[in-house]
Design a protein around this ligand. Sequence first.
Ligand SMILES: [Zn+2]
Length: 458
Amino acid sequence: MPHVSPSPAPALFLHDSQRRATVPFQPLDPAHIKVYYCGPTVYDLAHIGNLRAMLTADVLVRLLRTLYPRVTFVRNITDVDDKITARARANGEDIGALTQRTTAEFHQDLASLGVLPPDIEPRATHNIGEMQAMIARLIENGHAYAAQGHVLFSVGSFPSYGALSGRNPDELEAGARVEVAPYKKAPGDFVLWKPSDADQPGWDSPWGRGRPGWHIECSAMSHRYLGDSFDIHGGGSDLLFPHHENERAQSLCCFPQSQFANYWVHNAMLLVEGEKMSKSLGNFLTIRDVLAQAPAEALRLLLLGTHYRSTLNYTQAGLNEARKTLDRFYRALSSVPDVPAAPVPQTVMAALEEDLNTPKAIAELHVLANQAMGGDREAAGALKAGGALMGLLQGDPAQWFRGESSAEEDAAIENLITERLAAKKARDFARADALRDQLQAQGIVLEDTKDGTNWRRA
Ligand SMILES: [Zn+2]
């Protein structure tokens, strides 16, 4: 993809959670953009709610790469967490084996959706030393204290606490639903380090054998790989408080001259058929559950069909609709022989530069598809290029219509089609019709054209 040199007037606008406004994106260094996203806690298969943040990041990073010469995208793996310990115990599985297996599954799921891997994917357990160094520094600076094997961040020591999520101190206390513990000086203080018993993963530290709190992980890893200040920090809106508020507090108190993340990008939550996804409601959908019933691009298109800051309602009807839209786009591509290479169309680019307006960008793909179906080759090229920027229309149109099938199945279908053509040539129309009916019964739809017979799965 061609690089456009950054112009003084920035083209990209992003909604920044901290400024609570959609603002022009001004990089700290236009020669090198730095992005951090909170990654998964690896103890189970990823669900479609997790996917939404990963997909928002994917489109954002793809767009940044077309606008700037260099982008470093860091997304961590949380591989130490009490949920992981509990699951390993329940499975009778070694913790390392569980995190390795679920990390590999996460990678496979994202790869099948065309989500590009991050440039750096640090694991929490490989960064314990960095976390301990930050904790020591916070104690030194008077922003943290050790008590009964714990180290706590002193929220009262940081006047700007709450500025990111926009909560006042009372709301903070209510929202945190903090447990009152004897080792806490104030109920809102949060854990940086906690003691581990013999059955729990732990590392030696100046405060005894223990393990890190979740929030300190991201402060340590973003600092190690992106430095004191970086451009964009992202994640789901459920992370805004307390996770991101706490990350910001830790990092700014550790490195007072820095600004930590310059822009905060948060995607809204996902509902399933209008309800919050939960295991107890039986509407909990892993990425794999959806991929068992629809092509990956259909799931991708469905998720991108709602703007990332609006609540997304995942429905079976929406998934079917996304599939039909892709049928239409692939039909437009297949209506033009040898789709020419083309730059990303300006209309699609402009929509994405407008705070990642993916629904608008998809509407622009429809305009191009209409033109392509009218025989406009350039429009077909632009459709393919515009789709690629959102990770869509990456497949071969013929393959799309044939769906997932084995080479043997395809060969059997091709044989029946050849036999039918031979029957037609011999003017044995009864036989030809019988073969068509036989294929139809298998869900195969034939389309006779002057160049031969195309087929697809109904
Ligand atoms: Zn994080």
